[in-house]
Design a protein around this ligand. Sequence first.
Ligand SMILES: [Zn+2]
Length: 155
Amino acid sequence: MYVTLHGAIGASLALAVVPENIPAAFFLGWASHYLADAIPHGDEFDESRLPNRQAYLKRMLRWGGGDLALLTMLAGIWVWLHGWSWLVFLAAFGAILPDLLWGFEALINRKFLGPLGKFHSWIHNPLDIRLPLWFGLAFQAVAAALLWGRLLWLA
Ligand SMILES: [Zn+2]
């Protein structure tokens, strides 16, 4: 699942559930990552289709970088509209942290997350329901647009 959506889920949940508690916002955002990943979302990418590690890293950096840039831009607009909020920042950061760590592991080619990394892999669509990529991307785009629309104009 794209971090643009993870960040919106974490921030929305924190504002709705723990609007005054910054540490709880971080942990709620972090927990929301795993719950959201458990929902089939169409971009559970099969690495075995790529020819090698270089191709995999290139793909990850291109898509992940674009995704992170989009999240940063939306967060910037949020700050411009509403002012800085540690609660929103840490909720969104907690919500994307598992993927940042996973990406860093892939980048340095060294597993350091132990059981947490295994849990992240396991919770990622545990029922193995394969949605077509186009459907998953459309579903995520609509969900992200709704949540970001709400965050930007209502929160
Ligand atoms: Zn994830």
